[in-house]
Design a protein around this ligand. Structure first.
Ligand SMILES: [Zn+2]
Length: 356
């Protein structure tokens, strides 16, 4: 899959280091390619040696050509690893620490960060190019959270999920106001939906209805805490949720897809006074004001402020309370990243873990 240029065979040239990482060129054209190694650009940056990275469901939008690609784009925004170097203005993060950060770098000090919405940080920057052995993370002090020590290898997949997918499922559950004893429905059986089930369980939900028609995913949903499985979709799916909730609807619904159908399924499955937490990046979703008005539901979502949840989630993983790393059902060496995308695109894999 990679392009070899004669004359750049060496991985080191004088004064300039290169690495090999995933680059998307266009629809279904992902290459494992040589590019300049990231370096400290701003004094607030850190350089992280990536221990594990992965392919996100949202990477599939540009991969499938649904979101346009402006040109060759280094891919990957989920990461954890060991700090190699920090800029001169970085105070709390040090070389040698094992760290996790979000896909949005944030200063963690501005009013939006202080309110717990670090993914709306006034100085936010997208972190990109994590499907590579080395990564530059801006605003290191605000973005990165160090684990209590360097983790054993078996903890790494679960820690990696905290960078996005678990943090996003967790936010979906918070946004949907999941509380002990409540009934929760989860729309979407991708990795975020499955971890939304885990989050709902951890937050004390009594009944968790997972909407899925894939056997392997249903099994994992049950393992994470789902009590019921609904295989129907659209209006039939809504009718089934109503049937299971005495005609009322669920207290909390997690929307983890981002299509018109999934959003309407979530809105219409929620009881009056209930809440939808939506974390699937909307693609062409339009809501009808009048329907929303009469539905009496709360609607909250957006890009997950993963940074808010990192300390708590690191603690839960570190102490063996949750094992979100189970969503990875395919592990590949980084140089086989193209197969990692294909397997997820064809729904042969729930989520691909990449080892540099
Ligand atoms: Zn901020």
């Amino acid at each position: 899959m990679s392009t070899q240029h004669p004359g750049t065979m060496s991985t080191k040239t004088i004064g300039r280091q290169t690495i090999r990482g995933a680059v998307l060129y266009g629809p279904r054209d992902i290459r494992f390619e040589e590019r300049d190694a990231p370096t400290i650009v701003q004094p607030t940056d850190a350089i992280v040696r990536v221990s594990a990275a992965c392919v996100c469901g949202s990477d599939l939008w540009p991969y499938r050509g649904i979101s346009p690609v402006a040109g060759p784009s280094p891919m990957g925004h989920e990461y954890c690893g060991v700090v190699e170097e920090v800029g001169r203005a970085v105070k709390s993060i040090r070389a040698g620490q094992f760290v996790i950060g979000s896909f949005f770098a944030s200063d963690n000090t501005c009013p939006n960060c202080q309110a717990g919405y670090q993914s709306s940080c006034q100085h936010r920057e997208l972190v990109g190019g994590a499907q590579a052995p080395v990564l530059r993370v801006p605003l290191a002090d605000g973005t990165l959270v160090a684990t209590p020590g360097v983790p054993s290898d078996d903890l790494v997949p679960s820690l990696l999920t905290l960078s996005d997918v678990m943090g996003t499922g967790w936010f979906a559950a918070h946004a949907a106001n999941v509380k002990p004893g409540k009934t929760v429905a989860v729309v979407g059986d991708g990795a975020v939906g499955l971890l939304g089930v885990l989050a709902a369980k951890q937050l004390g939900a009594e009944r968790i209805i997972a909407m899925s028609r894939h056997e392997a995913r249903q099994r994992l949903a049950r393992e994470f805490g789902a009590t019921d499985i609904v295989t129907e979709r659209g209006d039939e799916g809504v009718a089934r949720i109503k049937e299971l909730t005495r005609g009322i609807g669920a207290d909390s619904v997690l929307e983890c897809v981002g299509t018109q159908e999934s959003m309407m399924q979530a809105v219409r499955s929620t009881r009056p006074g209930g809440s939808v937490g939506y974390v699937g990046v909307p693609h062409g979703v339009e809501l009808n004001g009048e329907e929303l008005f009469f539905s009496h539901i709360h609607l909250h979502g957006g890009p997950a402020p993963v940074r808010r949840f990192l300390p708590e989630l690191i603690d839960l993983v570190w102490n063996g309370k949750i094992n979100p790393g189970k969503v990875f059902d395919l592990t590949l060496p980084l140089d086989q990243v193209a197969e990692g995308y294909r397997a997820m695109d064809e729904r042969r894999a729930i989520k691909t873990l990449l080892r540099p």
